[in-house]
Design a protein around this ligand. Structure first.
Ligand SMILES: *[C@@H]1O[C@H](CO)[C@@H](O)[C@H](O)[C@H]1NC(C)=O
Ligand SMILES: *[C@@H]1O[C@H](CO)[C@@H](O)[C@H](O)[C@H]1NC(C)=O
Ligand SMILES: *[C@@H]1O[C@H](CO)[C@@H](O)[C@H](O)[C@H]1NC(C)=O
Length: 411
């Protein structure tokens, strides 16, 4: 164990962190964007357009079907809830046709179900879809969201010069803070920077200081290719990587929404996306139709043992520890109490499968000789192992395990 590992494990922050007491574990919820986009045609598509009915129906499902109990508590309305012009007082307003009761009433409805109210805006002149942006109205808009009792705000970066983001994201965060209402602040800033806030951009420290989470990379699309490209962004980033180290309680990297329950992934690819997002300590936002979701998708999303890996209080982001350049990859995450979670992923596209071997020597944080392993998808104990664990993994699939110390188990 080198000195570097030791201070990393002790959780010494790399920068001053935002301390609003929020998002101490990765936030979980449901978000409109991936599945419902900017569909405003409620005449033709009454059940899939962005309106208050959609949001209320999803809130009902979240509260009644076990989602909230499992930890999914934020109901998030992404772009296209607002108008293209401000009102006479210069305030943002919800589209009166699609949100006739207004945002405050919708927030009350969501809160009435025991859920949290999340929504979206843009730091620039307009949102990505061309609606009112915050530029020139930071204090007023922050005040409006606080009055609406918003709990979580995703702030996009369209119609803004990337060179102004280092000034504007912290300034809007300060405006949110001054409202006195605790609001989780999600910044899309690095997704717009040439090196995603690393290296020459020099914004990683500022992100940790001013934001609770941030979108690092491309928007997720409903396809396996999209999931693979996001995983490729992460696969060579190890524990000494600035971006991996930036994650921790109150400040998280956000690889974007879950596709589980949508159309683009096979059941084993759905498992793989969920396993990776869990091991990365990523925010878990579904974007699916909770009114009509396959049982197999629901089981993946409600897997308590995998959610526990994601929500582990140590708050370390997992990373690739073996086979990172190839098709048989091993990802791992240290957990509270010296336990470890790992994902053994087979990216091959032909044949049946391969054995993948995780050795304790691959783990930088602890070297255990004998350990107990549990299969988190099968929810089965696999037994005791010495030095290494070999599992057979089908192509296009993964296995996820939790390793615990035998010695600790016997105490
Ligand atoms: C505002 O910032 C201060 C200083 O970091 C912090 O203690 C406080 O909790 C913040 N308040 C809100 C409402 O975010
Ligand atoms: C982490 O990645 C960096 C950059 O790719 C590399 O130089 C370093 O050796 C890696 N460290 C470990 C422990 O793999
Ligand atoms: C995988 O490992 C098991 C147990 O060691 C062995 O029986 C099996 O033949 C291996 N399969 C392949 C495809 O290597």
């Amino acid at each position: 164990m080198t000195t570097q590992w030791r201070w990393w494990m002790l959780g010494v922050p790399t920068a001053v962190a935002l301390e609003n007491g929020l998002a101490l574990t990765p936030p979980m919820g449901w978000m409109t964007w991936q599945r419902y986009r900017c569909n405003m045609d409620c005449d033709s598509d009454p059940s899939t357009c962005i309106n208050e009915q959609l949001i209320k129906e999803m809130a009902d499902r979240m509260a009644e079907d076990g989602w909230l109990e499992a930890g999914y508590r934020y109901v998030s309305i992404d772009d296209c809830w607002m108008t293209k012009e401000r009102d006479a007082q210069g305030r943002q307003v919800a589209d009166p046709k699609r949100f006739p009761s207004g945002m405050a009433a919708l927030g009350d409805y969501i809160h009435g179900k025991g859920l949290k109210f999340a929504t979206y805006g843009d730091i620039g002149a307009k949102t990505c879809q061309g609606f009112t942006g915050f530029q020139g109205h930071f204090e007023q808009d922050a005040q409006t969201f606080a009055e609406w009792k918003v709990d979580y705000l995703k702030v996009d970066g369209c119609f803004e010069s990337p060179k102004d983001m280092a000034r504007d994201y912290p300034a809007f965060g300060a405006a949110l803070n001054q409202t006195g209402r605790p609001i989780v602040y999600s910044c899309s800033w690095p997704a717009y920077m040439p090196s995603h806030c690393e290296k020459s951009d020099h914004c990683m420290d500022s992100l940790v200081e001013h934001c609770n989470l941030w979108r690092n990379f491309d928007d997720v699309q409903d396809s396996w290719d999209s999931v693979k490209s996001i995983a490729n962004f992460w696969r060579r980033r190890n524990a000494s990587d600035e971006m991996v180290r930036a994650a921790g309680p109150g400040h998280w990297n956000d690889p974007d929404m879950l596709l589980v329950g949508d159309f683009g992934l096979s059941p084993s690819q759905e498992q793989t996306q969920f396993a990776l997002w869990a091991i990365w300590a990523a925010p878990l936002f579904m974007s699916n139709n909770l009114r009509d979701i396959k049982q197999s998708s629901k089981e993946i999303l409600l897997n308590r043992e995998i959610i526990a890996v994601n929500q582990d209080l140590l708050g370390h982001q997992g990373f690739c520890v073996g086979g990172c350049d190839g098709d048989l990859r091993i990802w791992a995450k240290p957990l509270v109490g010296g336990e470890t979670a790992a994902v053994l992923q087979n990216l091959q596209e032909g044949g049946d499968g391969e054995n993948i071997t995780l050795t304790m020597a691959m783990l930088p944080w602890k070297s255990r000789r004998i350990f107990k392993a549990r299969d988190l998808f099968a929810q089965q104990d696999l037994g005791l192992f010495r030095e290494e664990l070999t599992l057979y993994v089908h192509v296009n699939s993964c296995r996820m395990v939790r390793l615990s110390d035998v010695i600790e188990m016997m105490v």
